[in-house]
Design a binder for this molecule. Structure first.
Ligand SMILES: [Zn+2]
Length: 641
């Protein structure tokens, strides 16, 4: 698959991915296409066969099989969905219409939030940043329909145009509910005014990566005093957690702005806003007209997707979304098994050993800090493949002919599962996403990494491939997640996951010198001719790539034990390692999604993840015999870890 017409020292990404890009156009039902999506597609086909098998109404099905089968069946039953229309939401619309004063909002927010409708703000559980063994509740900014505050506030031509298109979409959704167009227009204006006002109080995405800017623990009385127009005591009593007397108000400025918006906006405008969020949140489970209109704006306009994905794909995603660990049990039986867990664990151990070696030999770090970093590394725990104990769905009712009801009850179940954590010790065995997920993560508050079965497959991890390719693929992935524990955000947390400064001033200065190098490097890249990458937003991810590939390379060298493997297809193990890394990031993107992701995604586009990383590595230069003035050899190479 190599493009040998390109010199790897000039553009390694084009060399490794150019042919793949040419041969893999973006499918019409996606905004982008990447190696990641190949895995997703394979997984979805497998999940489909599982769900189809259990969607046959058979009394011999186990309770888990009944739930996933009937959920999928109801979602696929378009005739029943068309026939049901929006009838089931009518009770909610009526309730909203009947609100007598803003004092009723707290009770209404409880009902909406429990149904998964995130109007006003967001509320859930999280470990206490200062005592991460304990789970507390958190109130966070939210309540907007567009993906980020910047969409409401930026004045460039594209943003202005997108807002016009958003207005047209909101208006259309009101009309689909049967509102006359004049009424729909005034409702739309109310929505935009409220959401813009909430956006003004919201913290930008780059700042949200700074833990100290999103941690403001206060008593419930303090919150109520800051935001007196909302009935916080009612909300906190009724939402469904154990009693709380304090919580993290992640962004106090947002709640001050929420207060101001509550005061300045009429009851009728708020009712329009709530009506919008009810229909918006449930759009995917409604009749075709709503699904299509929702797709037109959020997928086509915003991301450049040409066609709605086929119904079965949407239903696979919806079933996984609401019953992830129930589907996951069947998926794991078919794909993974204990031997997969074993092999992955071995790799994680090899990467941890390499990072330890790396930390011990870093020239810029003092011995004391090294000791602490090693302690943190040692404390990292792993979640691999799938949870030891599956989530119990027995209280979730799934009905064969009620797609919308299943979706709402699914939301309520997830919401309650999250709220149940509040007031309890942190349970690290509780997984953040289902095992089918094609992703991996590090959680600074838990100081652990998660590698679901979904990602432990080719091209990340291939049983048939040599070590060099696997260390470049999943090895670099594991290295990436481990390095997150020590990126500009992760480094602020200690081995126990507490936000606590364990650095000396001198070491911190050296650390920041090095992260600044990476920030500036990536800020110089363009996602589109008129869109620069945000060096600060992407700093953690780029730092994780920078360290992850280096320690994966070290782990590979360790695995040779002094004996260099013979080349395969004319490529040395070192060269195959870097190709294994690049392969994972081959991708094609629409212009729209590139613009969209540059706004909100802390990850850099594939091209820069690859070229940005390898051009900092003397190991790469050596592997491909690049000259000193080659494009893939940065004069001032950045290195943090
Ligand atoms: Zn990452």
């Amino acid at each position: 698959m190599l493009d040998k017409s390109v010199d790897p020292c000039t553009d390694f990404y084009a060399y490794a991915c150019g042919k793949w890009q040419a041969q893999n156009p973006i499918p019409s039902d996606r905004p982008s296409w990447a190696r990641f999506n190949e895995l997703q597609d394979r997984g979805e086909v497998l999940v489909r066969s599982i769900l189809e098998k259990y969607s046959v109404d058979d009394p011999k099905r186990s309770p888990v099989e009944q739930k996933i089968g009937d959920y999928y069946f109801s979602c696929m039953d378009e005739a029943a969905i068309e026939k049901a229309g929006t009838k089931q939401l009518q009770a909610v619309f009526d309730r909203v219409a009947a609100l007598k004063s803003k004092e009723d909002f707290a009770k209404e927010a409880v009902r909406l939030h429990r149904d998964g409708i995130t109007a006003f703000f967001e509320y859930g559980s999280e470990p206490d940043f200062k005592d991460a063994r304990q789970v507390i509740s958190a109130a966070e900014q939210g309540g907007i329909g567009l993906p980020d505050r910047d969409y409401y506030l930026k004045d460039d031509e594209k943003s202005v145009e997108l807002r016009k298109q958003y207005l047209a979409h909101v208006q259309k959704m009101f009309e689909l509910l049967g509102d006359p167009s004049e009424k729909a227009a005034s409702e739309t204006k109310a929505v935009m005014d409220i959401e813009t006002s909430l956006a003004k109080g919201s913290l930008d995405r780059t700042s949200q990566r700074e833990p100290e800017k999103i941690y403001h623990k206060m008593s419930t009385k303090e919150l109520a005093a800051m935001n007196p127009s909302f009935g916080w005591q009612v909300y906190l009593t009724e939402i469904g957690t154990s009693p709380v007397d304090s919580l993290n108000v992640a962004e106090p400025d947002f709640f001050k702005q929420f207060e101001a918006t509550l005061k300045s906006t009429s009851l009728d405008d708020w009712k329009a806003y709530l009506r919008w969020h009810v229909v918006h949140s449930n759009a995917a489970a409604l009749p075709e007209a709503f699904v299509n209109e929702n797709f037109e704006f959020f997928s086509k306009t915003l991301q450049g997707t040409k066609e709605l994905p086929p119904r079965w794909k949407r239903c696979v995603r919806a079933t996984v979304g609401d019953l992830g660990e129930a589907v996951g049990q069947k998926y794991v039986e078919a794909t993974f098994g204990p031997e997969g867990k074993e092999r992955t664990l071995k790799m994680v151990n090899a990467l941890e050993a390499a990072l330890s070696q790396d930390i011990q030999t870093l020239p810029w770090m003092g011995d004391d800090i090294k000791k602490q970093a090693l302690e943190k590394l040692k404390a990292i725990t792993n979640r691999i493949g799938y949870p030891d104990k599956w989530r119990d769905y027995s209280s979730l009712k799934v009905v064969r002919d009620d797609a919308l009801g299943n979706s709402i009850r699914g939301n309520t179940f997830k919401e309650q599962h999250d709220l149940n954590r509040v007031g309890k010790p942190l349970d690290k065995s509780d997984w953040p996403y289902p095992p089918t997920t094609v992703n991996a993560s590090y959680n600074p508050l838990q100081n652990n990494v998660t590698f679901p079965a979904g990602i432990l497959q080719p091209p990340f991890f291939d049983n048939q491939a040599d070590d060099a390719l696997n260390f470049g693929g999943i090895g670099a992935g594991i290295g990436h997640e481990l390095t997150h524990g020590f990126d500009d955000e992760g480094a602020k947390f200690d081995p126990n996951g507490n936000l606590h400064d364990w650095w000396t001033a001198k070491d911190k200065e050296e650390f920041e010198k090095r992260t600044t190098c990476i920030r500036d490097q990536y800020a110089g890249y363009n996602a589109l001719p008129d869109v620069k990458l945000n060096g600060k937003l992407t700093l953690g991810e780029n730092t994780a790539d920078n360290g992850g590939v280096r320690i994966a390379y070290m782990a590979l060298m360790n695995s040779f034990a002094g004996k260099e493997p013979t080349p395969i297809d004319g490529l040395t193990a070192e060269q195959r390692f870097f190709l294994g890394f690049a392969n994972v990031w081959c991708q094609n993107r629409t212009e729209q999604i590139s613009r969209y992701l540059a706004n909100i995604d802390p990850h850099s586009p594939g091209k820069f993840r690859v070229n940005g990383t390898v051009s900092n590595m003397p190991e790469f230069r050596e592997a491909f015999h690049c000259k000193a003035d080659a494009a893939m050899v940065r004069e001032n190479a950045c290195r943090v870890w």
